[in-house]
Write a protein that binds this ligand. Structure first.
Ligand SMILES: C[S@@+](CC[C@H](N)C(=O)[O-])C[C@H]1O[C@@H](n2cnc3c(N)ncnc32)[C@H](O)[C@@H]1O
Length: 245
């Protein structure tokens, strides 16, 4: 298959993800890791986050992204607890859920039910691509407190950046070295920064030109730095073997 990235480490697109994904062949990416709008009326500067029609739209995007990934690729979709009743209807896959704790602007310290976002994960049919197999049983993904390695997840100009720790952990654990990750809802670019730091390749798409500019700057800077890539030899996959994931 032609390498669409043409030897580049990453490529970023400003536009609608459904349109942009058409440029890629099926079975191209090694993982989809994405944190979409949740359809809960959140205030973005341009995207209309209305609940009406959300389920149909988001599944159209995620099913398309899944099709663009190789067999056995992991699909990670961040979601909101407010939608929990709808997950099995919207995402008709055999997904598991883990918690991505929040420390960003919309957290309400007095309300436990807003303390984390659920992340759905499943694998596209086929032999599972990769697992670093290092920490499948710990709670590291949830460790996003202010003393975490990368500090608080504040990014000027974007209303809901994810903590870098979360994306870093997912990429490190589940994307093979040199693998290409797709994030169809780039936002401030956190998934791309994690890929840059770990020496993975990346394709990101963001609709909003202002958010896109933030992401572009962050990701360009991250790829310009020497990689922090920790060479973790692929180990025996305890998670897969024990069916924990
Ligand atoms: C929850 S935010 C992503 C935050 C990101 N994970 C971060 O760390 O900054 C969702 C993003 O999806 C973007 N978006 C909404 N509709 C889109 C579409 N059709 N195509 C591409 N991006 C879209 C929004 O503008 C918003 O920045």
């Amino acid at each position: 298959m032609d390498d669409i990235l043409n030897g580049e480490k990453y490529r970023l697109y400003q536009g609608d993800c459904l349109e942009v994904m058409k440029q890629f062949p099926d079975d191209y990416f090694d993982a989809c890791i994405t944190d979409p709008p949740y359809g809960i009326g959140f205030k973005y500067s341009r995207h209309d986050d209305t609940p009406e029609g959300y389920g149909k739209w988001i599944w159209n995007v995620i099913e398309t992204a899944e099709r663009k990934c190789k067999p056995g690729s992991p699909i990670f979709v961040f979601q909101s607890m407010l939608n929990v009743r709808m997950f099995s209807e919207w995402f008709p896959r055999d997904f598991r859920i883990f918690a991505a704790c929040k420390n960003f602007v919309q957290i309400r310290p007095s309300a436990m039910q807003y303390a984390f976002d659920p992340v759905l994960v499943w694998w596209k049919d086929g032999e599972k691509q990769y697992s670093a197999g290092t920490s499948s049983r710990d709670w590291y993904v949830a460790n996003t407190n202010p003393s975490s390695r990368f500090g608080l997840n504040s990014v000027d100009g974007h209303p809901c950046p994810r903590p870098l720790d979360q994306m870093y952990h997912i990429v490190n654990q589940w994307v093979k070295p040199e693998g290409i990750t797709l994030d169809c809802f780039l936002g401030s670019g956190t998934t791309g920064v994690a890929c840059a730091q770990l020496g993975r390749r990346f394709v990101g798409i963001e609709l909003d030109p202002d958010y896109f500019a933030i992401a572009k700057k962050r990701i360009e800077n991250a790829y310009a730095q020497p990689t922090l890539f920790e060479k973790l030899p692929p180990k025996e996959d305890t998670a897969v073997q024990s069916n924990l994931l």
